[in-house]
Design a protein around this ligand. Structure first.
Ligand SMILES: [Zn+2]
Length: 362
């Protein structure tokens, strides 16, 4: 995932903190060897254009201020609020991270594939509810096996809500000690916990609402340097496939979970996402009292939702890209379990489950 320009408003509706320019920009260039170029540019630009960027961002914040427009339908709803098992989700994160580097096709990646499939088997999903989207990606670093794993939970309503999270880690960092606890680990884990939540009434029972599909995506990360052709291998493939077979038309909403376990949780309002869906997520967060963790910063983010956004699917990226002060833990060996919190998994996990509930009512 990467950002072209991250706008950091000094004031927002939520009145969250300003992000002053820090004298650490050259550090980014050092770390930057392993970072997407666009992220480095973002940081450099943020340092040199702070004043005008803030002015632009403030204007954007006014027009894009999160609203509570979705709240009326929520107000008449007496359903109990969702609650994931955050200790269990955190334990999944720990176990996934313990596999070590998990880039496309390596041995740890294969172990993780078996771990995910084993979990789905334990959830008593029938054979036809678990699908593979496997292919070979031709990249600037050679050919890699890519495998998206899909678990389908059928619903009573016609239409599908898709939740995606990548499980691969960064190939260029394979020998650096990078284990991707947050970046790769947390997204894998929250989907495993969602599988527990969604199996609900047991095998064969439909959920009361839209079908929900969980997709563990592969090859989200670049193998050399982030670009339109070196990134999002798994989702570019599956979006094209779903376009051809008509699946995309059935998707009511699609949400990507990425880097969601930072103990200091601050979900970015991504301007590549559908505003109405971001507003619905915010309304869900408000119902749970978690809204202060959403949308203090905003900007266009490139992540697994893009191949679907480009094809007109209503999509949202749920990501915290302020991972450590000035995002210093992102794509570094410091992305480890001690930076994470079960509470953050709970905040995001419950909020997106509640968003699914609100979508079911539409
Ligand atoms: Zn990443």
């Amino acid at each position: 995932m990467t950002v072209k320009t991250m706008k950091r408003p000094t004031t927002t509706k939520n009145n969250l903190q300003a992000f002053p320019c820090v004298p650490l920009c050259p550090l980014w260039l050092k770390i930057g060897l392993a970072l997407p170029l666009a992220v480095i540019q973002l940081n450099t630009a943020a340092c040199t254009e702070e004043t005008s960027a803030n002015a632009t961002a403030s204007a954007a914040a006014k027009s894009e201020t999160p609203t509570t427009l979705a709240a009326p339908e929520a107000a008449t709803d007496n359903a109990p609020l969702p609650h994931i098992d955050s200790k269990r989700a955190f334990q999944y994160t720990r176990e996934v991270t313990a596999f070590g580097p998990r880039y496309m096709g390596n041995e740890n990646h294969k172990k993780l594939e078996r771990y995910i499939l084993g979990h789905l088997k334990d959830d008593h999903l029938k054979g036809d509810q678990v699908e593979d989207d496997a292919f070979t990606a031709d990249t600037v670093e050679g050919k890699f096996p890519v495998r998206n794993i899909i678990a389908k939970f059928p619903g009573t309503k016609d239409g599908v809500i898709v939740i995606l999270g990548h499980y691969d880690t960064v190939y260029p960092l394979r020998n650096s000690g990078f284990v991707g606890a947050n970046d790769g680990g947390s997204s894998t884990a929250i989907l495993l916990e969602y599988a527990n939540q969604l199996r609900g009434g047991g095998a064969g029972k439909k959920r009361d609402g839209y079908s929900v599909w969980l997709v563990w995506t592969d090859g989200e990360e670049a193998v050399r340097q982030w670009s339109a052709t070196d990134s999002l291998y798994g989702t570019r493939h599956i979006a094209e496939k779903w376009e051809k077979d008509g699946t995309l038309k059935r998707i009511k909403a699609l949400m990507v979970m990425d880097m969601i376990a930072d103990a200091d949780l601050d979900i970015v309002r991504d301007s590549n996402s559908a505003p109405w869906l971001l507003d619905l997520i915010y309304a869900a967060a408000e119902r749970l009292g978690y809204q202060s963790h959403f949308y203090a910063s905003q900007g266009p983010i490139e992540d697994d939702h893009l191949p679907f956004v480009k094809r007109g699917v209503p999509s949202a990226d749920v990501i915290d890209l302020n991972y450590g002060y000035n995002n210093v833990f992102h794509h570094t060996p410091q992305d480890t379990m001690d930076k994470l919190s079960p509470k953050s998994l709970e905040i995001v996990g419950d909020t997106i489950l509640e968003t699914i509930h609100l979508l079911d009512q539409r």
